[in-house]
Design a protein around this ligand. Structure first.
Ligand SMILES: Cc1ncc(COP(=O)(O)O)c(C=O)c1O
Length: 455
């Protein structure tokens, strides 16, 4: 474990690059504050305490951490982010973050191009929740009072965001694959009350994709807005080892009205980096406002003029730009290959889970999230055993996650008598690091031993 941290080249690269950046400001009179000779020692002591405190963490960077949606930032992102910290730009206005605002515009242009958009309105946000909030805020402006609907597998924040915006929200049942149930969706659309359908391309719990292609066909008939929440799944657009249904869902993503994708999930970025894109740039009109303090040095667009948040980390844009320079968003390129490895790892572990008579799997994973539980006569027993496997796996340094999943995901009649709509405790694993592919055997042997002890 220690080795994997030691090998990180980010610090060395930073040491090389930083003096060059400082050189650019060398003409300024020195402003160094040398009045406190204890400062370095004091900082060293605080960092020593911090080392102890931070050690109380799961090893998110290591392939044996195969639980929640956590992926280490690429070393170039770490180095670029830290470099920007010497300037600490604010991408609200060009006055606060001139260079980093331009880097943001370029990086976002590349993300929009990944989805097939040359014309769009978009920017980075602090994360997926805020990006979705902006999408639903615009949706509400365009169809005041109309309902927002999403599948029961959609991210939980959509319901809360709708409440914050004062928009009615309705949850639609999912089918056995964890995708929005099209018949239930159409029935809701027939009410005439629906303003926006949230289409999740890559659900948080199981990685399923709602059938965007079919929902676009429904849009022809019923007329509504489509917001695609691809916060987790969006970058799989670049990957080709996907099932035909998954490919079909991604193929028409450019026909959506808005898209959210999170660079801080699959885009190798530190937290604090989401992205919202709108197909119609004229929605920028809804953002129109003046700022009495900030928009003074340029008539060029200040990103704060098209964003609901005021201060935003210029460092986030800097890290994203650098990462995309190194690993361009090219279909089947090096970056895409990293995601393809995770999916391959998920398929391999899935095959083993399926053959294991102690365990119960749902449909084949669409992306890189695996969900399974333990076979038992009752829902309660399956849920209890899943938690036991989770705990025993952790004792062997294999860190999985737990999720409550609607029982329909495992097919009908698995737990006789369990009320429909019940949820079962499942083990969940997001195999989102490219290295996971080489760790399939190590993960499986720990998991299998944990199952043997628990069941
Ligand atoms: C599909 C989806 N949407 C939205 C979110 C919320 O994103 P964030 O945690 O960046 O606010 C998540 C988080 O996992 C997600 O998976």
């Amino acid at each position: 474990m220690a080795d994997s941290m030691k090998q990180d080249p980010a610090l060395e690269l930073l040491n090389e690059a930083l003096p060059k950046l400082q050189q650019a400001f060398a003409h300024l009179p020195s402003a160094e504050n040398s009045s406190d000779p204890t400062a370095t020692d004091a900082m060293r002591s605080v960092l020593a305490q911090l080392t102890e405190r931070l050690a109380d963490n799961y090893p998110y960077f290591h392939p044996l951490y195969a639980g929640q949606m956590l992926k280490p930032p690429h070393p170039i992102a770490r180095a670029a982010y830290a470099m920007a910290m010497w300037i600490n730009p604010n991408n609200h206005a060009l006055d606060g973050g001139r260079a980093s605002s331009r880097l943001e515009v370029e990086a976002v242009r590349e993300i929009a191009a990944m989805f097939g958009w040359a014309e769009y309105l978009g920017h980075l946000t602090s994360g997926g929740t805020f990006a979705n909030l902006e999408a639903l805020w615009i949706a509400g402006k365009l169809a005041p009072g109309k309902k927002i609907i999403a599948s029961e597998h959609a991210h939980y924040t959509h319901n809360r965001i709708s409440a914050v915006l004062g928009l009615p929200f309705e949850s639609i049942a999912a089918d056995t694959r964890g995708r929005i149930d099209l018949a239930a969706l159409e029935a809701a659309l027939q009410s005439g009350e629906i303003g926006t359908v949230i289409v999740t391309l890559g659900t948080t719990s199981t990685g399923a994709l709602d059938p965007l292609d079919k929902i676009l066909d429904l849009r022809e008939r019923y007329g509504f807005r489509i917001h695609v929440d691809a916060a987790y799944g969006g970058y799989f657009k670049l990957v080709s080892n996907l099932a035909p249904d998954t490919v079909r869902a991604f193929a028409r993503i450019h026909e959506a009205d808005s898209i959210v994708v999170d660079p801080h999930k699959h885009g190798l970025q530190p937290y604090g980096c989401g992205c919202i894109l709108f197909r119609d740039p004229s929605v920028g009109g809804f953002y129109k406002h003046d700022s009495p303090y900030t928009y003074f040095t340029s008539n060029e667009l200040h990103l704060g003029e098209i964003s609901l948040e005021c201060s935003r980390a210029g460092a986030a844009a800097t890290a994203l730009w650098a990462t995309q320079k190194l690993l361009p968003l090219t279909p089947d390129g090096q970056f895409a290959n990293g995601l393809a490895c995770g999916r391959m790892a998920a398929l391999r572990v899935y095959e083993r889970l399926k053959q294991d008579t102690r365990l119960l799997t749902g449909p084949e994973p669409e992306l890189d999230i695996l969900v399974w539980t333990v076979k038992a006569r009752t829902l309660e027993e399956s849920s209890r055993l899943a938690t036991a496997v989770f705990d025993l796996a952790a004792e062997q340094d294999l860190h999985l996650a737990l999720a409550q999943v609607p029982i329909g995901f495992f097919g009908a009649g698995v737990w006789p008598g369990a009320p429909s709509g019940s949820r079962v405790n499942c083990l969940r694993s997001v195999l989102m690091k490219p290295e996971h592919l080489n760790w399939v055997d190590a993960i499986w042997s720990r998991l299998s031993q944990a199952a043997a002890r628990a069941i």
